[in-house]
Ligand binder design. Structure first.
Ligand code: 5GP
Length: 118
């Protein structure tokens, strides 16, 4: 699927122009349930600022990206998947299957995952 480099669907979710099941909001990021969940818990954690991908993050974004992982850790705990284990995924670019050009961390848990991923 082509990457949409313009205003993404996630900007519309951030701006509350389209609905999403938002499970966390703070000054720097929001998290919401993936519309097409691939696990019993499948959340997306995205920065408010539209960074397209890890590949385009700046050095100044280090603490923001770290914040996304801290929120992922806390959401794993509050969603009951911390003990059993969970997977964090960031798809970067076409070969990885990135379809939305707004950085997002997938937090998935509640089942076992294969390695290596497909
Ligand atoms: P990617 O493939 O870019 O790593 O992940 C994009 C994710 O966004 C997919 O898992 C897809 O299901 C999810 N997604 C796409 N559009 C929407 C939407 O409108 N709402 C929600 N909640 N998730 C979406």
């Amino acid at each position: 699927m082509e990457i949409d480099l313009a205003d993404t669907i996630f900007t519309k979710i951030l701006n509350k122009e389209i609905p999403a099941d938002i499970v966390h909001e703070d000054e720097h990021c929001i998290a919401f349930r993936d519309i097409n969940p691939q696990a019993p818990v499948h959340l997306l954690i995205i920065p408010r600022r539209a960074i397209a991908s890890i590949g385009s993050m700046q050095d100044a974004d280090v603490s923001l990206v770290g914040h996304l992982f801290r929120v992922a850790r806390d959401l794993a705990r509050s969603n009951g998947i911390a003990e059993g284990g969970y997977r964090l995924i960031i798809n970067n670019g076409e070969n990885a299957g990135q379809t939305v050009a707004h950085l997002h961390v997938h937090l998935m848990g509640g089942r076992s995952f294969n390695w290596p991923p497909g």
